[in-house]
Design a protein around this ligand. Structure first.
Ligand code: NDP
Length: 338
């Protein structure tokens, strides 16, 4: 059983060598009387929050640290091989919390979802139809209170969450601009996901000026994925009564001391609602989300770009790549075919 071991707490940018691929010869078997399940992992999800869990976290926090010298926990799409749980049987496909291993014993089955619709790519359950998809759906519709015609800005816009937020906003009739870190990603935003406009933030030394160019009348909704300088520039360009959904701040995850934000006073003058949220509080919307999004996928009204790395050995590099923007679209690791 091949596995990816998390070596020790990380500071600064994560490196491939913070993880190690090793093999155990212990034969996995469901223990007698267990109500867990034995699964074969098919696709692993690389998610930015995993970097937060690589830090030593003390005290109450939304996340707990990964355990050094242990296999990495993470979301996956998996096939059930054996089950002691009445809700699962051999052959079922599931997505949810698993491990970066070829095979896993899962005892905490309460957060697993059974996959009912297999006419779409299975890997989508790591992204579009999984945790990032629900994040985009809840974050946009529930947190942003969007209205037709509003001006929407999305950072890390070509990623797992951002590409979907943009498509939801376009479907509602908003004007949508995204930022991303390469020409290839900017082209995707404009030509594949139907954004009205997009720019490469790495080529803009004055983000405030860039935002003024794309939003001469200001921004109603900012879907925040990166934080730092981008947030500061956005605050200067928000409209009165604008909303900022704080989904993530990836530019801060590798810093020991997060950067300060200078322009927070704009929240007062412009009466901006800036709301942080976690997808885990919206799991009750998952069925409604699936019912909404599946038809759009089948009709081609929503498209999704994935970046699939092959083999468990490629998982450490794939995860680390999120922090240099190496991934184009949702970063997935293919471990095994069904
Ligand atoms: P992505 O697929 O967008 O991958 C991460 C991307 O972030 C990279 O490709 C890179 O794109 C960009 N990035 C990396 N470092 C920086 C930086 N220093 N400055 C600006 N951009 C950077 O990830 P996800 O869509 O999965 O996640 C997007 C955000 O949403 C993250 O902040 C994540 O933590 C958050 N999130 C929050 C959830 C919640 O419950 N609140 C749930 C899921 C995700 P580029 O080339 O454009 O720079």
């Amino acid at each position: 059983n091949k596995q990816v071991i998390f070596r020790d707490y990380v500071s600064g940018f994560p490196k491939e060598t913070d993880m190690e691929v090793s093999t155990t010869t212990v034969k996995l078997k469901l223990p007698e009387g267990s109500n867990g399940i034995l699964v074969k992992n098919l696709y692993l999800s690389c998610d930015p929050y995993m970097r937060i869990r690589m830090k030593r976290i003390e005290g109450p926090n939304a996340f707990s640290s990964f355990t050094p010298a242990s296999p990495l926990p993470g979301n996956a799409v998996a096939k059930v091989l054996d089950s002691g749980h009445p809700d699962f049987k051999a052959g079922d496909l599931v997505w949810g919390p698993s491990e970066w291993k070829e095979y896993s014993l899962i005892t905490a089955t309460e957060s697993l979802h059974k996959i009912q619709h297999t006419d779409v790519p299975l890997s989508y359950y790591t992204g579009l139809l999984g945790m990032p998809g629900l994040t985009a759906y809840a974050g946009f519709y529930e947190v942003c209170s969007p209205k037709k015609g509003e001006y929407v800005f999305i950072s890390a816009a070509s990623g797992a969450v951002g590409q979907l937020v943009g498509q939801f906003a376009k479907m509602l009739g908003c004007y949508v601009v995204g930022s991303a870190g390469s020409k290839e990603k900017v082209d995707l935003l404009k030509n594949k996901f139907g954004f009205d406009n997009a720019f490469n933030y790495k080529e803009e030394h004055d983000l405030d000026a860039a935002l003024k160019r794309y939003f001469p009348e200001g921004i109603d909704i900012y879907f925040e994925n990166v934080g730092g300088k981008t947030l500061d520039a956005v605050l200067l360009n928000m409209r009165v009564h604008g909303r900022i959904a704080v989904c993530g701040m990836i530019s801060q995850y590798n810093l020991d001391q997060p950067e300060g934000v200078k322009n927070l006073m704009c929240l007062i003058y412009k009466r901006i609602h800036m709301i942080g949220f976690l997808v885990r509080d919206y799991v009750h919307l998952y069925t409604k989300f699936l019912d909404t999004v599946l038809p759009y996928i089948r009709e081609g009204k929503i498209v999704y770009v994935e970046d699939i790395a092959e083999g468990l050995e490629s998982a450490p590099a794939a995860l680390v790549g999120l922090f240099s923007g190496r991934n184009v679209g949702k970063q997935v690791v293919l471990v095994a075919h069904e």
